[in-house]
Design a protein around this ligand. Structure first.
Ligand SMILES: [Zn+2]
Ligand SMILES: [Zn+2]
Length: 292
């Protein structure tokens, strides 16, 4: 039976937008995922360039909106669309921006700085919508009656992973996360919080959907250790071990064209066909909708 939850991908590209004919199928917008809950609650994960079009569509709706935007972290590709999110220019709307504090600056200050006049013509305090900030730390939170589990991911400067549970449906959003293969040794491995994988497994256990950073092929990862992104095999292993039902490969590398992502998705399917896991794997695609 369907629960009425909709997940839509508005941006699936990592690092930098990639317009152009080589990127038509999977899309060039940077991370943004819409989660529409029954009872009309709207949770948005990340504010990459994909959020612009989502905002335009929301503005066509009637009535005021209360929108929660969960930020994984503050690298450009995850916040660049925020100043172009039209619902924030409408007085009746209410926006809650959630994320972690950084040592260097508080959450509100980070977003305030992004809209300083040197970078953008409209200041944060000039936006018409009512905007609030909510700082999250690791653990269990309840946001508007929805369970939201959070944990720090392995990424330069850190990122936050989210798992929402609504009724019996569990959806995980883990982008910009480096799962470290057993063969990696040395100082980087030492630095890495060794229980991170175990905690991630607990949090995503039995998830109906896991959206996970899968930026590199295993071959590419060999030269990108400590860059903060995962290789395909590590992501597949995590999802399999966690008893995840569907895995969306996410944060596609800007150098991966459509044909290459097709090959990556096919390789993952072939890998899973040879295993006993009941896991469906696909490459996230801009415009793709999933219903639960
Ligand atoms: Zn990123
Ligand atoms: Zn990042």
């Amino acid at each position: 039976m369907k629960t009425g939850i909709k997940v839509k991908f508005w941006g699936v590209r990592g690092s930098i937008p990639t317009p152009g004919v080589k990127y038509i199928k999977y899309g060039g917008n940077t991370p943004c995922v819409e989660v529409q809950l029954p009872n009309n609650q709207l949770f948005i994960f990340d504010a990459g360039t994909g959020i612009r079009e989502l905002g335009n569509i929301l503005c066509k709706g009637e009535g005021k909106s209360k929108i929660h935007i969960f930020l994984s972290h503050f690298h450009w590709d995850h916040i660049q669309g925020l100043p172009f999110f039209m619902p924030s220019y409408i007085k009746e709307n209410e926006l809650v921006i959630l994320g972690m504090d950084r040592q260097e600056a508080r959450l509100d200050k980070i977003i305030f700085n992004q809209m300083e006049s040197i970078y953008f013509p409209v200041k944060l305090q000039s936006l018409a919508a009512h905007i609030q900030f909510q700082i999250l730390t690791e653990g269990e939170n309840v946001i508007e009656g929805v369970k939201v589990g959070t944990m720090c991911l392995n990424h330069p400067g850190q990122a936050m992973g989210y798992v929402i549970t609504f009724g019996k449906t569990k959806i995980g959003y883990f982008t910009d996360n480096e799962l470290i293969p057993a063969w990696v040794t040395g100082a980087f491995k030492m630095e890495y919080k060794s229980d991170m994988r175990e905690r991630a497994l607990q949090l995503i256990s039995g998830a109906d959907l896991l959206i996970h950073d899968a930026q590199y092929t295993d071959e590419e990862y060999k030269t990108k250790v400590s860059w903060g992104h995962s290789s395909l095999t590590e992501v597949l292993c995590l999802a399999k071990e966690g008893g995840v039902k569907r895995l969306a490969l996410f944060h596609h590398d800007p150098d991966h064209f459509d044909e290459q992502i097709d090959v990556i998705a096919a390789t993952c399917k072939a890998y899973l066909n040879g295993s006993s896991a009941n896991l469906e794997c696909f490459a996230a695609q801009e415009g793709m909708e999933l219903h639960f």
